[in-house]
Design a protein. Structure first.
Length: 259
């Protein structure tokens, strides 16, 4: 028995020997390595994926510890992509990891998408760049799975997988849908699907208040983005569950291809 089979043979007993071989041959890009993306990388590595491109310019900060896999006291200040790459090496030494310490933007898109990926995981939280990636993937028929925001939510059982056009109760995805329709030619009628699968939660977010309480009511003019200092609250059991569901979807598609 090879080292790879000893580590990941259990996946073959779920998806069959051919499915495991497809996982070993696959290369997946994970773009955005934060509260969702870091857990995606963990699950894909433990599922025997043969190649991973880890794309993010951020460094670990102390306030990442509540929700991001790579955030530990000893990793604060280190590049997220590099910390995850070192972890993947311990899990799956044969995995071919490519580190890309840069953001996905207009200036980097062409080069970052030049690699032939079997699947792309979009865990970007910036609306403009998220839309750019989704639009380019659609134009080029690249298999992509996107996600909504996990901030402000506390119930992981409300996480769903639907076409992006059918998602609800997510402020980030609302802006994404509007921008894709306005700037990238996505279907304008609400009944028309986008053809892009999305992992999201239909739970309504809770908003932090100035007095330290939380409320279902949004304060006008407040910036509720999930960031290191303010905005939405967050929990690992929500962002991690989103990441695991994304990984499960990718593994299923790869392992069962042509079935």
């Amino acid at each position: 028995m090879s080292d790879y089979e000893a580590r990941f043979g259990a996946l073959g007993r779920l998806y069959g020997a051919d499915g495991l071989a497809r996982l070993q041959a696959a290369r997946v890009a994970v773009i955005g390595l934060g509260g969702v993306g870091s857990w995606v990388v963990e699950a894909l590595a433990r599922s025997g994926i043969g190649g991973l491109n880890l794309i993010d310019m951020d460094e670990v900060c102390l306030s990442n510890i509540n929700r991001q896999l790579h955030a530990l006291g000893g990793t604060v200040g280190q590049a997220k992509a590099r910390v995850l790459a070192e972890r993947v090496e311990q899990i799956s030494p044969e995995c071919r990891v490519q580190i890309e310490q840069r953001y996905f933007t207009e200036s980097t898109a062409e080069e970052l998408l030049a690699t032939p990926y079997h699947w792309i995981v979009d865990a970007i939280d910036a609306t403009k760049h998220k839309c750019l990636l989704i639009a380019l993937a659609r134009q080029r028929s690249l298999p992509l799975l996107t996600c909504g925001g996990g901030g402000g939510r506390i119930d992981p059982t409300r996480i769903r997988v639907k076409d992006l056009a059918r998602t609800m109760n997510d402020p980030l995805l609302l802006q994404v849908r509007k921008r894709l329709r306005r700037e990238h030619g996505f279907p304008k009628l609400s009944r028309q699907k986008f053809g892009v699968d999305c992992v999201y939660t239909d739970e309504l977010p809770v908003f932090p208040q100035a007095d330290g309480s939380v409320s279902c009511e949004r304060n006008a003019g407040e910036d509720y983005r999930l960031n290191c200092d303010a905005g939405f609250g967050s929990a690992s059991f929500v962002t991690g569950t989103m990441g695991f569901i994304m990984a499960a979807e990718v593994v299923r598609h790869i392992a069962t291809a042509n079935n």
